[in-house]
Ligand binder design. Structure first.
Ligand code: AMP
Length: 151
């Protein structure tokens, strides 16, 4: 069986996997968490990027973080939804990489992250790459390789 680290695929560019910025659901740091929750529920996504008006990446916000932030001692406190800003709740721990990164590197990031944020050399947000897209491609590649009898 051919060793995975000998496959050229690992050196491939990640740009074909990019979901570009205009297709990425996002919120801004000064939006309320109520607005963020609406976007998250309507889009069906678990977590989305937080971008400023210049499309710089500041963090990620998830449904779980929002729900946790309105959890009182004895009850949910939904009034906090309108009082709290996204910047106060988002995480700044982000899986991110440059657009020059290889498939191999991004695949390894995706082990622990459902999506990875991609930036250009100047730090401008370009979009995201999802784990599901990487795995779908890898699955197709491995099937093709098997069909061709390479292992
Ligand atoms: P998927 O692999 O398509 O299920 O996406 C995994 C995760 O990536 C989603 O739960 C979201 O957190 C994020 N995601 C995928 N597509 C988008 C998008 N167009 N805009 C914002 N976040 C997205």
């Amino acid at each position: 069986m051919q060793k995975l680290d000998n496959m050229n695929i690992l050196e491939n560019s990640i740009t074909p996997f990019l979901i570009s910025v205009e297709k990425v659901a996002h919120v801004q740091p000064n939006n309320t968490i109520e607005h963020a929750l609406l976007i998250l529920i309507k889009s069906g996504y678990t977590s989305i990027p937080v971008l400023d008006t210049n499309f710089s990446l500041h963090g990620l916000i998830s449904k779980a973080q929002i729900l946790d932030s309105i959890l009182g001692i004895e009850r949910m406190e939904p009034e906090r939804l309108q009082e709290t800003k996204v910047a106060d709740v988002m995480t700044t721990s982000i899986a991110r990489c440059k657009d020059s990164e290889t498939f191999e590197k991004v695949l390894s990031y995706s082990i622990n992250h459902p999506f990875i944020c991609v930036e250009d050399q100047s730090g401008a947000f370009l979009g995201i790459i999802t784990r599901s897209k990487l795995l779908a491609y890898l699955n197709g590649y491995l099937h093709e390789t098997k069909k061709k009898g390479r292992y």
